[in-house]
Write a protein that binds this ligand. Sequence first.
Ligand SMILES: [Zn+2]
Ligand SMILES: [Zn+2]
Length: 214
Amino acid sequence: MAHPTTSYPNQSPWAIPVAQVGSRAGQSLEVDRDFPAPSGIGDEFFGVKEGSDIHVAARFDSIVDGLIFTATATARVQGECGRCLTPIDRDMTINLNTFMPYESAETQDRNSRSSKKHSGKNDEDVIIAGEEETEDISPLSAGGDFANIESLLRDNFTQEIPLTPLCREDCLGLCPQCGINLNEHPDHEHKTVDIRFSELADLKAKLERENGDA
Ligand SMILES: [Zn+2]
Ligand SMILES: [Zn+2]
């Protein structure tokens, strides 16, 4: 059990001790508690505040070559509606279902060393390589004694964060002219059409005057 590159996985707030189920296949472990929200879920306009509580109700089932992790996770998402800027503060619940393979000591060693590797090709290749690397690393560390769910929570909540968060599906947004919230004033309108027609009317009158003078 000598893994000097694995730095005290039990000290991570996202590490769950699973050694008791990992010892042999056919066992299960249930976990039901809060974990701190990892950084990087959404942005300042809409996202999960780092360190806020994410409630996780999870179950580990051991099979021969790894653990099956099934969970429901609930986080508080905060931000503002992308159309009307109304503050949004609500729960988001996601389902997680993933397989965590046991890894040999060599694989773990290689993963921890290659985490900052650059392929040196074009930008696109570097990005793709980075994604593959994070997926390569099993959440199980210290020889399968701990399951770290930090990146599972981050990746899965990030996927659920909408590009344009809405206070409600049919949000009417703001009036493009004066900025009034159209959800609160559904009958609001401007006489914009009249203004345009009056300009045309002015022009018409002017042309007619000029023609008349000629
Ligand atoms: Zn809205
Ligand atoms: Zn208006």
